[in-house]
Design a binder for this molecule. Structure first.
Ligand code: NAD
Length: 257
């Protein structure tokens, strides 16, 4: 495991799922971590101790995000890494879904990532050591989701925002990359894991034959932020157990293999 001693990280959405797994990995590797999340109760019930601080943060509010960055700098003496993980979707079809649902999902997923890059990037620039930003997009940036147009479009936006930010932040020694998870077993998706047809159809499409555990996303995300990815910038890492490549019909019988 890479040693992150002396590194300061801010993780949004840190109270649950993928964000909590990223936080655990970073902390175990020696980093100081500011856990930023909207859910005050979960933050309070989560990990605490040396090299950990929490900040109740709504990533759709610029003032909250700026304050979380300031808290990290004040508590740990600077900021090196930002993980923009917070996200959720309010589903609804293009024709009949709520316009407020559309706006709030885009504001959270795309707007929240923008604010994390903006204020986190400024704090990293101010710290002056260079650093890295990792944005959690989704396989839905490439694959549409029925009723999820706002989420899928916003996640596709996160992928391009990642490239654009990488272009602009490189002069400050900051790399920006994205992770595109497929299906991960977290509170966001628990409703789908009831042994019913949705779970069966999902797992049938995944070469791994199962959803990911949160730590299987944390590994790639932390890799992108660390020194082993020093030459990786402005790109996306699809972490989906081979889901995206299963769209073509299975012609193995015709090939005879
Ligand atoms: N679980 C999956 O299958 C999956 C797949 C692809 C992408 N993702 C993405 O991964 C990220 C993490 O998802 P997860 O599965 O760990 O979900 P999760 O629900 O377990 O965690 C999301 C966290 O974000 C926080 N959050 C929500 N709105 C917020 C806001 N406005 N400000 C601050 N925090 C807020 C929640 O309180 C929660 O702690 C999300 O961006 C999600 O879209 C998840």
């Amino acid at each position: 495991m890479t040693d992150f001693s002396g590194t300061v990280a801010l993780v949004t959405g840190a109270a649950s799922g993928i964000g909590a797994a990223i936080t655990a990995r970073l902390h175990a590797a020696g980093a100081s971590v500011l856990l930023a999340d909207l859910d005050a109760d979960r933050l309070a019930a989560g990990p605490s101790g040396e090299r950990l601080r929490t900040a109740v943060t709504d990533v759709t509010r610029a003032g909250d995000v700026e304050a979380a960055c300031a808290t990290a700098v004040e508590a740990f003496g600077g900021l090196d890494l930002v993980f923009n993980v917070a996200g959720a979707a309010r589903l609804g079809t293009v024709l009949d879904g709520g316009e407020d649902d559309w706006r709030s999902t885009v504001d959270l997923v795309l707007g929240g990532t923008y604010l994390g890059i903006r204020y986190g990037g400024r704090a990293i620039r101010e710290t002056g050591r260079g650093g890295a930003i990792v944005n959690i997009s989704s396989l839905n940036a490439h694959v549409p989701l029925y009723g999820g147009s706002s989420y899928a479009a916003a996640k596709a936006g996160v992928e391009m925002l990642t490239k654009n930010a990488a272009l602009e932040l490189a002069r400050h020694g900051i790399r920006v990359n994205a992770v595109l998870p497929g299906l991960v077993r977290t509170p966001l998706t628990t409703g789908w894991f009831d042994g019913g047809p949705i779970e069966r159809d999902f797992t049938a499409r995944i070469l791994a034959g199962r959803p990911a555990e949160p730590d299987e996303l944390a590994g790639p995300a932390v890799f992108l932020a660390g020194p082993d990815a020093s030459y990786v910038n402005g790109t996306s890492l699809v972490v989906d157990g081979g889901w995206e490549i299963t769209n073509y019909p299975d012609i193995s019988a015709a090939v005879g293999a």
